[in-house]
Design a protein around this ligand. Sequence first.
Ligand SMILES: C[S@@+](CC[C@H](N)C(=O)[O-])C[C@H]1O[C@@H](n2cnc3c(N)ncnc32)[C@H](O)[C@@H]1O
Length: 306
Amino acid sequence: MPWWFFRRRGGSALSTGTSWRLGDVALPRLQGRRRYLQEQPYLLPKDLGEVNRLDFQHYMFRAALRGNYLAPIEQPRRILDVGCGTGRWAIELAQQFPQAEVIGVDVEQAKSTSRTPSNYRFVRGDVLQGLPFEENTFDFVHQRLLLLAIPLAAWPGVVQELARVTAPGGWVELLETSISPNDFVPCGPAMQQLLSWMGQLAALRGLDAEGVVMRSLERYLTEAGLVNIQSYPLEGPMGDWGGRLGSLVALDFKEGAKAVSGPIAARFGRSEQEVLAVIEQASQEWNALQTCGRSKVVYGQKPFTG
Ligand SMILES: C[S@@+](CC[C@H](N)C(=O)[O-])C[C@H]1O[C@@H](n2cnc3c(N)ncnc32)[C@H](O)[C@@H]1O
């Protein structure tokens, strides 16, 4: 049996510790031209528009970090990307480490036209149900931007799951952001309104709207038994005032907000045009106020066993 063979850990879901039921807050599968997952807490669409945004966002973070990761990995043999989206990050890692086996896991495979390297493969999996891999399998486990996919109460268990599949001496790296108004500085009135809508929509499904996940990443890694934890706060300018990176960050956030404009309109009794107008006003505020948005990269190492 190959080492990556699908294996559920007794089929047990990680506890989310919340009382909401997805059926109560599920988005319609199709809303306007956007398509959403109904079986998951995940708030963002799964469609071609989102594929394009995620690829664009990937290049933005790669530019901001001047690379695809910060952990001091050397010659990893097995690499895992959890919630891999379009697979762009994992494919680039497969190209960078041609001797490594690289797996991208996600609840749904994104349609891609690009050819993938032979050392990359996609595996369907739901991190909220436990990862379909043996323990101590990967030398590097990466997870980026699952804030709007993993309920707040499930985060400690998810990070423990990442640590479980990491080999002794291997690294876990997380990159997360926040949709709390406190993490957009300064935050103008239109942006406050937009984040309030997004936050309420997120909170309905148990997702973190207050920046708790971003502030707790180091603790999650520590509680999962990892050591040598390092943390790198990122502060990205939003808007043309911040040069090329600022333009990219603003476009990414704007497209991300538009991706939930339909669900916001439906939930809060607004027309989609009204919501889009607030998004436009918010983007003008970023330039006028020189707003910066916060994200963070945190990594830690699984101890070698005696
Ligand atoms: C915002 S995207 C980030 C994608 C990728 N990590 C990146 O940085 O480009 C979140 C991804 O998580 C996936 N996802 C949502 N819920 C998930 C779950 N329970 N298990 C695994 N993947 C999930 C979504 O399908 C989506 O591809």
